[in-house]
Design a protein around this ligand. Structure first.
Ligand SMILES: *Cc1c(COP(=O)(O)O)cnc(C)c1O
Length: 483
């Protein structure tokens, strides 16, 4: 398919601007004018509509396919959340509107949403206070690590290291390093898939600023030793960090704050109703226990005695600004709508269905694929294609590509790094049994094809406009990607 610039015809226009009917006042000085015209494509409105409609049809998303991508899963995004996020009164708010007087009442509704969302997230996670400012999961992690650094500085602690399990999401070590810490990977017990407590005990010391965990971890396994890990961390005044990007595993069932975690970040663009993919926008709120609340970024929303809301900036120990204005407000608004829509029972049910669906699919696949940790999983599980690779030379990547021909978005592949030929599957909470059964049938069919005609699996996908692009070249040479 041609890129839009190749369809350009000199002089063709999509819109006609009316004649200027006001006098021209002054001219832009020559120094500030472009020397050459801007390179824009020249097309009719119909050309543009057809081009982008065609592109959107070639795209895959939750609205047209089952999308079992593990870890960074696109969960269900109720359309009503989009409707709420499109309400005029919210969409057209200027971020610099005054809070009170002279139009201030215009912002009270937005501030109330922020205030109440903070309360709801505190209730859901068992934390004391939240900042809604971070603009993504990784940004939340960085904020959390900065809070921990500020806490230790304030206490006069000399801490240099953060311990992170070796199966962790890649953003964990990079966030800790960006905040100035040395990262040490803590080993996972290869038998159980859980953090090796003995090894952790050997690594922790006065130099440890934090232990950064994901629970359930990226293998989809819940660690029930958190209390022991928390006690160990706190003996050294190390802070226990919870990566709650995928909270749909535990909503209403487990609160990180009750278990001893000091800091938690959530991905509202995974668990709480905002579509993601293609790079944005997201929100990664950070919750803390009481002893860290004074370090939270500004601004913070407060409720005053006359029941009005205001932004407060006077927190002398705050780490300062980490995002402009209100964070990604419309993402926060979707999360607020999602939580209010489901209520406490609905959120718990979402977690239960997520776990049930994952266990159902795992158990229906474990006779044809290796499942390195076959016990009860949480919202996701990891299988390995090593049996297929050893027997017929078919890799995890080939199986993922074959799934595209069968009409499914492939799962995450080659992550977590500690599982050979990993395929990480998260069916999510909202898929019907019929959809899960179709996916299971396709996975079993591919396993069968690996034995009978492995070359066919390696040739997939045959139904897409591009089959197997050179991924490196596709990133470095954009016009190559647009074959
Ligand atoms: C997605 C994810 C992140 C990072 O979130 P971004 O919004 O992509 O920065 C961190 N940890 C885990 C476990 C995740 O799944």
């Amino acid at each position: 398919m041609a890129v839009i610039f190749e369809k350009s015809v000199p002089g063709r226009r999509g819109v006609a601007l009316p004649q200027n009917d006001v006098p021209v006042v002054g001219e832009v000085p020559t120094a500030y004018r472009r020397g050459t015209p801007l390179r824009l494509c020249e097309l009719s409105e119909l050309d543009v509509v057809r081009h982008f409609t065609e592109l959107s049809r070639r795209n895959v998303g939750v609205d047209n396919r089952f999308y079992p991508l593990g870890s960074c899963t696109m969960k269900y995004n109720p359309k009503v959340c989009e409707k709420v996020a499109g309400l005029e009164g919210f969409v057209n708010l200027h971020p610099l509107l005054p809070q009170l007087r002279r139009g201030g009442m215009l912002t009270q509704g937005a501030l109330a949403v922020l205030y109440e969302l903070e309360q709801l997230l505190c209730e859901i996670t068992g934390m004391h206070a939240f900042t809604l400012q971070p603009l993504a999961g990784a940004h939340g992690e960085l904020t959390g690590m900065m809070l921990i650094a500020a806490y230790h500085r304030d206490r006069g602690n000399r801490k240099t290291e953060v311990l992170i399990p070796d199966e962790a999401h890649g953003t964990n070590p990079s966030s800790a390093a960006t905040a100035g810490f040395k990262v040490r990977p803590a080993p996972t017990d290869r038998e159980t898939g859980a953090l090796d407590f003995q090894a952790l005990t050997g690594m922790i010391g006065e130099q440890t600023a934090a232990i950064m965990m994901t629970n359930p971890n990226t293998l989809g396994l819940f660690n029930s030793e958190i209390q022991r890990i928390a006690d160990l961390a706190h003996r050294y005044d190390a802070q226990l960090y919870y990566d709650g990007a995928n909270l749909n595993a535990t909503l209403g069932r487990f609160r990180p704050g009750d278990a001893g975690f000091d800091v938690v970040h959530l991905n509202l663009h995974k668990t709480f109703g905002t579509p993601h993919g293609g790079g944005g926008p997201g929100a990664g709120p950070v919750g803390v226990r009481e002893h860290l609340a004074g370090f939270l970024p500004i601004s913070r929303v407060v409720k005053r005695s006359d029941n009005t809301y205001a932004l407060e900036y006077d927190f002398p120990k705050s780490i300062g600004y980490i995002a402009p204005f209100y964070g990604n407000f419309l993402v926060l608004l979707r999360a607020y709508a999602y939580i209010r829509l489901l209520g406490a029972d609905g959120l718990r049910e979402a977690a239960e269905n997520a776990v049930l669906n994952a266990n159902y699919v795992m158990n229906r696949l474990k006779d044809v694929y290796d499942v390195p940790y076959p016990g009860t999983c949480m919202h996701e599980f990891v299988i390995s294609a090593k049996r297929q690779l050893d027997a017929c030379g078919v890799k995890a990547m080939d199986i993922a590509k074959a799934l595209i021909d069968a009409g499914f978005h492939p799962p995450t592949v080659y992550f977590p790094l500690i599982v050979r030929e990993a395929l990480m599957i998260e069916p999510t909470e909202t898929e019907s049994k019929q959809t899960l059964d179709r996916f299971i049938a396709a996975m079993r069919q591919i396993a069968h094809l690996c034995e009978t005609d492995p070359e066919a699996v390696k040739r997939a996908p045959l139904t897409t406009s591009v089959s197997r692009p050179d991924e490196l070249r596709a990133v470095k040479q954009m016009d190559f990607a647009a074959l």
